[in-house]
Design a protein around this ligand. Structure first.
Ligand SMILES: Nc1ncnc2c1ncn2[C@@H]1O[C@H](COP(=O)(O)OP(=O)(O)OP(=O)(O)O)[C@@H](O)[C@H]1O
Ligand SMILES: [Mg+2]
Length: 254
C-alpha cells in the first residue's frame, strides 16, 4: 500500500529541535490512531535518549549491512523480514515503531540509492505516517529524504545564525528543485526576549511559518532528562502544542 504520509524533519541548525519535533509529532499521530514509523536518520540523533531506548547494535545497522552485501538491491518481499527485525515498538504504543539510526560512521554508507530503498521499504510496510528525523548537514542521505518527503518541517531558532543558515539552504534546495511549497518553518524555543521577528524571516525566505513553539524547558527539561518525551510529560499545555502542530501539518497535505 503506497499511501503513507512522509514527513522529513530537517534544519541546517544543530539543536534546533529536529529530534524533539520528530518524536513528539510521531506520538501525536499514534494517539490519533495512525500507525506510525519514526525513522532516525540522524547518526548522533537524540531519539534513543529522548525515549530511553537502549542502542543494542540493531536498528538500521543490520539493514545497511544487508544492502552493502547484496550485489543488487534485494526484492522488497525478501527485505521485509530484515526490516521487521530492525524496528522497535515504543513502549505500550503498539502502533508506534522506531527504526533507530546506525552509528554515524555506518550511516555514511547510506547512499542516496540506499536511502531511497529504505524509505520505500518502510512505505511498503503499511504505515499511515512515516516521520524522518535527519541530521543538520546537507548530505546525500538528507537530500534524498527531503526529495521523497511529502512535507519538510524545518525547525528554526530565534537567532540570526539560524535564520542565515536557512536562507543559504533555501538557495540550495531551490537549485535541487525541491519545491518550497512543501517546506514549512516551525519557530522553536520562542521567547519574547530574543528581539527576533519570525514573520520577517518568513517573508525573507518565502517558506510558510506554520507554528511557533515557546521555550518550555522549565516545564519539561527534567522529564526529558529522564527519558520521557515532552508530549508524554503529563502537562496538558505541552501536549496541546504538539496536537495543534500535528493538525496543522496534516492540513497542508491535500
Ligand atoms: N520548545 C522547546 N523548549 C525547550 N527546550 C527545547 C524545545 N525544543 C527542543 N528543546 C531542547 O533543545 C535541545 C535540542 O533539541 P533536539 O535534540 O530536538 O534538537 P536537534 O535539532 O535534533 O539537535 P541535533 O542537531 O543535535 O540533532 C534538547 O535538549 C531539547 O530538549
Ligand atoms: Mg537531533
Amino acid at each position: 500500500m503506497n499511501t503513507s504520509l512522509i514527513i522529513a524533519i530537517h534544519s541546517p541548525q544543530g539543536g534546533s529541535g529536529k529530534s524533539t519535533l520528530a518524536l513528539n509529532l510521531a506520538l501525536q499521530y499514534v494517539k490519533q490512531g495512525r500507525k506510525t514509523l519514526l525513522i532516525d536518520m540522524a547518526g548522533y540523533g537524540g531519539v534513543p535518549a529522548m525515549c530511553k531506548i537502549p542502542i543494542r547494535g540493531n536498528g538500521m545497522s543490520s539493514l545497511i549491512t544487508v544492502l552493502e552485501q547484496s550485489s543488487e538491491l534485494p526484492h522488497y518481499e525478501h527485505f521485509q523480514g530484515y526490516f521487521k527485525d530492525a524496528i522497535v515498538q515504543y513502549k505500550e504504543f503498539k502502533d508506534f515503531h522506531i527504526l533507530l539510526s546506525a552509528s554515524p560512521l555506518k550511516m555514511e554508507k547510506l547512499s542516496s540509492q540506499f536511502t531511497e530503498y529504505l524509505i520505500e521499504a518502510a512505505r511498503k510496510a503499511d504505515y499511515g505516517v512515516i516521520i524522518i528525523d535527519t541530521s543538520s548537514e546537507l548530505s546525500e542521505r538528507n537530500i534524498t529524504c527531503m526529495e521523497i518527503a511529502n512535507l519538510i518541517i524545518m525547525p528554526t531558532l530565534q537567532d540570526v545564525a539560524s535564520g542565515w543558515k536557512i536562507i543559504l539552504l533555501k538557495e540550495i534546495l531551490s537549485s535541487l528543485h525541491i519545491s518550497k511549497e512543501k517546506i514549512f518553518l516551525v519557530a522553536n524555543r520562542v521567547t519574547k526576549y530574543s528581539g527576533f521577528n519570525n514573520k520577517e524571516l518568513e517573508e525573507e525566505i518565502g517558506f510558510t511559518l506554520l507554528y511557533e513553539i515557546p521555550d518550555i524547558a522549565k516545564k519539561v527539561q527534567k522529564h526529558i532528562n529522564s527519558g520521557i518525551p515532552m508530549d508524554l510529560a503529563g502537562i496538558g499545555k505541552v501536549s496541546r502544542i504538539f496536537q495543534q502542530l500535528a493538525q496543522k501539518i496534516v492540513a497542508q497535505v491535500i
